[in-house]
Design a binder for this molecule. Structure first.
Ligand code: PA5
Length: 450
């Protein structure tokens, strides 16, 4: 049995059980396509068996390298973009305390994670290099293609700094490369420099790769339990593979309900969380669903909010703006901590009615009130519930979202595993940067930008 629960019961006025049931045989067919690897993009279905196929050898190697990284580093820089960094960031930030970066690193404690290569802004890079200049650090460079511009530039700068600090050999002991098994510039570089290298399975795309070394090495280096994470994912994998009954299969239900809502004009889905540590989980989800479904001129637009913060910015729109929205809310049963609200003798702020109550109670009442207000305002609410934020529940959640996304893409009749549209900006950028072979296009684009 899995701990994660999916629930659309509060939104019965927007979609009924009967409407869901109409998808029963279609979903069974799509599960079949996924498990037999016969559907669109079938070459990229390696993630389906990843949790159960990840053996003890790989886990042991990851843990051993993570301990090397921990022993030699105050910081570990994860250098990657999109699917090559969001999963690690989602899991590590969810499991970290909000102010961990500001507390001194305890002796023997895990290094702090920093990120590079996920954008091109120079002040960020300049400050990062200045911070790292006086610190011991390791780099985990991740790129499946091995040719992505953002991480390639950041890595060139980090490599140069490490080589200056420690010499070429010393630097090579602090660099871990995660890339394709046989091709790409990063693979060539890693082989030439003798970096410790992990392969990204050929049949796993970037946004489905968090349970490969892409996510697992940084998560382990940050001191979190990758065995528990994989166990949670394995649990969900086993459950979703054997549970044929639509109403008992959370991934099938989520995929179907969001497609029903989409067909009724709810073209934007907002994923909401009431814990700021889940911010990057929402970012990871946005990439997973956005890149998987947004193609062929269709797809649900995935947006994200952090409540209650965004109730004071996006709340107005959600309550009364264009009625093309539905929300999926991540509810966590057990708070990570609680803080009691004290009694105040003067009660000048009028808050004594809450004295003795925990902030978690207030947060929950805010969540319940918001859900009802949004439903009353015409915004269907779906709910994904986990018992607590832990490695094991995040493992379940990750696999649940991956399977839901694949199914949902098939219901939408797109290939959920390609991303042809991502190339358009790259082509223009190379042309404008004067890359060899793009000269003619570059001239045309420069004229258009004048
Ligand atoms: O999901 C994807 O495939 C993309 O987001 C990639 O992960 C991203 O573009 C980075 O690509 P690469 O790992 O090849 O550097």
């Amino acid at each position: 049995m899995v701990q994660l629960k999916f629930n659309f019961g509060m939104s019965r006025e927007f979609l009924s059980r009967d409407e869901v049931l109409l998808f029963e045989s279609e979903v069974r067919h799509h599960f079949d396509q996924i498990f037999r690897k016969t559907g669109k993009g079938a070459d990229y279905l390696g993630w389906v068996d990843l949790p159960s196929a990840t053996g003890a050898d790989l886990t042991a190697r990851l843990l051993s390298d993570a301990s090397v990284i921990r022993n030699q580093s105050d910081y570990v820089v994860v250098c990657g973009i999109g699917g090559s960094y969001l999963g690690a960031r989602a899991v590590t930030e969810a499991l970290s305390g909000p102010f961990d970066a500001h507390f001194p690193k305890p002796a023997g404690g895990p290094p702090k994670l920093l990120y590079a290569g996920h954008q091109l802004e120079p002040k960020y890079m300049d400050d990062l290099l200045r911070l790292l200049d006086n610190a011991d650090y390791s780099v985990i460079v991740i790129s499946k293609s091995g040719t992505t511009t953002e991480p390639a530039i950041a890595f060139r700068l980090l490599k140069a700094q490490l080589e200056k600090k420690y010499g070429r050999k010393g630097a090579s002991e602090k660099i871990f490369a995660i890339t394709d098994a046989s091709q790409g510039a990063l693979k060539k570089l890693a082989t030439a420099e003798g970096y410790a290298t992990y392969d990204i399975p050929e049949d796993v795309g970037g946004r489905y790769s968090v349970l490969t070394p892409v996510g697992l090495l940084p998560i382990a280096a940050a001191g979190f339990d990758i065995r528990e994470l994989l166990d949670g994912a394995r649990n969900m994998e086993a459950y979703l593979k054997q549970e044929k009954e639509l109403f008992r299969n959370p991934a099938a239900l989520y995929a179907v309900t969001r497609n029903i809502l989409y067909r009724k004009g709810k073209t934007t889905e907002i994923l909401a969380a009431y814990d700021p540590s889940l911010f990057y989980l929402v970012e990871w989800w946005k990439q997973l669903f956005g890149e998987s479904e947004g193609k062929d001129n269709k797809g649900i637009f995935p947006a994200g909010v952090g409540f209650t913060t965004d109730l004071h910015s996006m709340g107005q729109y959600i309550q009364e703006g264009l009625r093309n929205i539905f929300e999926t809310v991540i509810r966590v049963d057990e708070a990570r901590a609680d803080v009691r609200i004290p009694e105040d003798p003067k009660d000048l702020d009028g808050l004594n009615f809450l004295a003795g109550k925990g902030m978690d109670f207030v947060n929950r009442m805010a969540a319940g009130g918001t859900m009802l207000a949004h439903i009353d305002g015409g915004v269907p609410n779906l709910e994904v519930r986990i018992p607590k934020v832990s490695e094991s529940s995040l493992g379940e959640l990750i696999y649940f979202f991956e399977m839901s996304c694949a199914l949902s893409g098939y219901v939408l009749d797109v290939n959920p595993f390609d991303q042809p549209g991502v190339e358009a900006y790259k082509k223009n950028m190379f042309a404008l940067l004067g890359k060899l072979g793009f000269e003619e296009e570059g001239e045309k684009l420069k004229k258009r930008l004048k």
